[in-house]
Design a protein around this ligand. Sequence first.
Ligand code: SF4
Length: 431
Amino acid sequence: MPRYFIWTIGCQMNKAESQQIAGYLDSAGYQAATSFSHADLVVLNTCVVRKSAENKVLGTLNLLKGLKNEHPNLQILVTGCLVNSDSQEVKRRFPHVDLLFKPGDYPELIAWGQKQGILIEQRLLRYPRNDGWIAPSPCALIPIIQGCDNFCSYCIVPYRRGREVSRPLEEIVCEVEELARRGIKEVTLLGQNVDSYGHDLPGHPDLADLLNELSSIDNLARIRFLTNHPKDISLKLIETMASLSKVCEHLELPVQSGDNDILKAMRRGYSVEQYRELVHTVRRKVPQISLSTDIIVGFPGETEEQFEHSLSLAQEMKFDVVHLAAYSPRSGTIAWQEYQDNIPAEVKKERLNKIEELQTAIASKINSHLQGKQVEVLVEGRKKGKWFGRTRSNKLVFFEDAGDWLGQLARVRIEKTSPWSLGGEVKKIIN
Ligand code: SF4
């Protein structure tokens, strides 16, 4: 039986698409391999959002050149954000690649498969091969909208993934019903900007409408979604979150900077004041909400004072999680054309360290309030002899127990907290 290996880097969308590709290859009679060197077919699902990710991708492509020399029959497929409409340069630099296909361009993959004699119906791709179908994880990632129309000045995503295209609501509902029948208990709805969901569909359903539909699916216990955009998230969505018990109390709400001039240069479309107001509204309507954000430091021209504004906003907002990144110029973006990357790497590093230190203290305090409390955990798997899963607020919890907890909703009493995870003792199964 031929074997495949999928290498994935980047966002949840890439992970979801890798699951779909794995589903396609499984159905075509391939078997998953444990490494590049054990595979007959390799798929690289790439990310170029930051220079560091792109370097990893290019390094891996170089590594595969050697492997292809040793095994000329090895087939190498590349997808993800490295691939754009003009991939001539990638083809020229990496002639050992057999197929480049744009993210989500399954017709291209299928056409290639058919040429190789892998005949497969497209509908099989609709259902992600959740890892769970092999080792039953209870969670599935569901892309609901592709692309982005926002053009934030630093971001390459709209150039690589194109304009927004939503999947029909009925198709998503059908897919989740099928997944729930197969034992999936939690779905995470994915999009670069989930708040844009549905604007391009007949009748313009929105994310709140989709949540309402999904909430009535039997056996589905939890629904999450990401990523939201502070300028687009609606009051209707926040109120829907508050009213539906299956929708988890967790939001990814990237602020990117705490300074109005930098936000303007980033073309984010909101001010710090509007963001603050939004967070207050969310916290008022959904009191248990856990908030994650993204912050970029070292955007071109960011002064020490402007950076301090980001630091003080993080201090004030007390996010549960902050995803940090140093600005990385991406060729073709507006910021790349208009500004010089003039903040030295060591200054960016210093700024990253300062926010990280602050956030560690904030997360440590927030999590310490869970000490002694009982939380609901959906158990996703086992690591180093311990069961692990997430709370509704997306906090990682570990516990030890001899029983089989995979896929169960467990009540766990928290006994140990840290800024990054929690540890506890399992109490009972929640039905
Ligand atoms: S909203 Fe902005 S940062 Fe997010 S994917 Fe779209 S352009 Fe990029």
